[in-house]
Design a protein around this ligand. Sequence first.
Ligand SMILES: [Zn+2]
Length: 451
Amino acid sequence: MKKRLLIFMLLLGAKPLFTTAQTTINRDAEIEQMVKEISSDSLKSYIHKLVSFGTRNTLSTITDHSKGIGASRNWIVEKFRQFAKNSNGRMTAFVDTTTLAADGRRVDVATNLGNSVAILKGTDPNDDRIYIISGHQDSRVTDVMNRTSDAPGANDDGSGTAAVLECARVMSRHSFPATIIFVSVTGEEQGLLGSTYLANQAKAKNWNVDAMLNNDIMGSNNSNETNIIDNTRLRVFSEGLPAYDLDKNAKGIRNFGLENDGKARQLARYVKEIGERYIDNLEVVMIYRNDRFLRGGDHSPFVQNGYAAVRITEMNENFNHQHQDLRTEKGTQYGDLPEFMDFEYLRKNTGINLSTLANLAKAPSEPQEVKIDVKNLTNSTTLSWKAPKSGTAKGYYILVRETTSAFWQKKIACNDISITLPYSKDNYFFAVQSFGTTGNESLPVIPAVGR
Ligand SMILES: [Zn+2]
């Protein structure tokens, strides 16, 4: 049996379980270069332009050329089209519209809803994977139904939309085997309407959405009451028990203790590992919740349709600058203005997205039919799997962690399609990833029971 093993600890501060040769995974030079191209000046210029539209409330005008949500959605698509010129015809952009009837809640008149979308088509015709990065372009003041007062929405969610634009600018010049969709949705503040429309399309058309990153509020570095200033930490929210098909899967989750290993949680761990691999001076903080307390976001319609989706948000929020009428009260300026933002922080947070997306889209797809052998009672663990459906795996990584550990603690490279490890399946969690010639790894797959 010819098996080459490379064993190392992830740099997660965990106490080593095993004494082994340690090494690190090198950055992929292409991704490192792309990350360097992300510009805080570009991000700032996008946000100033978005703010110039006055309000971007979803119910605001779509016919005015310089004000309102219509001007916003058209300008974003125009930017996408400029970037698409560098894509050798692989990137296309359009406003994806639908008409909403008044719903008696946050839509009081029939409304033309329009997401700004750019699609960077993958180069491998056999690869049907789709990766989505989103932010929302609509904005609001104190009254969510107010469609005329200035609602700058620089951070909420100019920051997410700017990140989407900057990723599209940089990534349009590169090619990936899988497809990437860059989207700035509308209707978030009126009830996640644009993202629901997109997630429903994905479901109806049977898109293979492998991961979705929702960026909402991620360019401000401070909190209003607690006086914290910090641009070195970023939150990623992921659901625990899955919203999708929970009843069907609850028995298996209980039996195997997999309440912390759903698709969203796996994606969150991946964002942390890959993001921190490429972005210096930034820690990705995992939050074991689908979203902030009693609040919602555009990843939720994807989560509810069974896709791996997470929310990316700054570490501390300043509520004087969120969902507020522009005003000064007792010397305090309220409102979501660009001067309250930290564009260096937004640059790093955009880099987390770009490196995650690029690493996923360059990787082969996940290994198939990953199984854990249970034929005999043993103190070792045998895993087996099949090659990915698309792309070529140069090898596989076996991920191992203790049942109480939040993060994968070991990453073992393997050239074979099965492995026996001297660690009991009773005491550890395992998962398998594929990796390609430039080292980019797929999302991990938790093994099913194999007999
Ligand atoms: Zn928002």
